[in-house]
Ligand binder design. Structure first.
Ligand code: SF4
Ligand code: SF4
Ligand code: SF4
Length: 285
């Protein structure tokens, strides 16, 4: 029995999660930003047929799982998939694979290159040890499809619009495009209520007279969010951060979490315990 326990922990480290059925495991494969090449998909499909029941499960965090891998096949399945460049997803007290939407390379609403950013973050931080676990999401615009507010560290593409009055003809296309009523046209000129504006850029896309342009594009950062049994909405830390600022904040956030976090404490719980201001002072430029 003691031997089996030791095996289980090393098996889990390879990305195999014990199932409710004895000696059966669900193999979790790491996927960054939800993107998997077609060639790799074929290999995963082959592995699902060879080691599992011929299907995969896509998790809520864009990871791929092959359920029903038998205990005796775990080593071989793990070795074969690693040879193909597929590694096990992380579990336990570590940084998880970064989730992301397609961003501005595919989605018409996208304001940032989510895939590139997710890969850069993942390369630097995936699997790092933290007091509990750390989930990161990158979403391309305020539609927030990847729910950045439900993650320990959420990144959302945003853009600040700027009006060039001399070009405005008062057509109201921007007013119709704005879903939050932040832009109004008065006396044939557009006006933005910055308190209401969510920095989505829909008005810029709608204007055909070059009267609205992007003054600044960047990332809005949310911290301390989580889903689950005791959900917590992330706190907005900064708007329109550029990539250098973002990585500096990420680095300082890791340092802060590792230094101040108690064993088993999620990042949002740490922020509640010590107060957001202490963290802000440490990480903001
Ligand atoms: S968050 Fe924005 S960019 Fe990303 S998929 Fe949704 S609408 Fe598109
Ligand atoms: S869409 Fe452009 S031109 Fe039309 S009202 Fe808005 S800012 Fe002016
Ligand atoms: S950026 Fe979005 S929220 Fe702000 S005024 Fe334009 S459409 Fe409205």
């Amino acid at each position: 029995m003691a031997d089996k326990k030791i095996d289980l922990s090393s098996i889990k480290n390879k990305g195999f999660l014990p199932q409710r059925q004895e000696d059966m495991f669900s193999m979790r494969l790491k996927v960054v930003g939800g993107k998997v090449d077609a060639e790799k998909l074929r290999e995963i499909a082959d592995a699902a047929e060879k080691y599992g029941y011929g299907y995969v499960h896509i998790t809520s965090r864009q990871q791929i799982e092959i359920p029903f891998v038998k205990l005796e096949d775990v080593e071989e399945a793990s070795y074969e998939l690693e040879k193909l460049g597929l590694s096990g997803g992380s579990s336990g007290k570590k940084v998880r694979a970064v989730v992301a939407c397609q961003g501005n390379t595919v989605c018409r609403n996208g304001l940032i290159d989510c895939q590139k950013l997710a890969c850069r973050i993942d390369k630097k931080y995936f699997g790092e040890a933290v007091p509990k676990k750390l989930k990161i999401a990158v979403t391309g615009c305020p539609a927030a499809c990847m729910r950045p507010q439900d993650n320990d560290f959420g990144i959302m593409g945003t853009v600040k619009p700027e009006i060039f009055e001399e070009n405005c003809v008062g057509c109201k296309r921007c007013e119709k495009a704005c879903k939050v009523g932040a832009i109004t046209v008065l006396e044939d000129k557009a006006h933005i209520d910055t308190e209401k504006c969510i920095l989505c850029g829909a008005c810029i896309a709608a204007c055909r007279k070059d009267a609205l342009r992007a003054e600044k594009t960047g990332c809005t950062i949310f911290v301390g969010g989580k889903a689950g049994r005791q959900p917590r909405h992330g706190t907005k830390l900064l708007e329109l951060a550029d990539e250098d600022q973002l990585f500096s904040i990420l680095e300082k956030t890791f340092e802060y979490y590792r230094r101040e976090g108690l064993d088993g404490e999620r990042f949002g719980e740490l922020l509640e315990r010590l107060g957001i201001e202490k963290y802000r002072e440490e990480v903001l430029p």
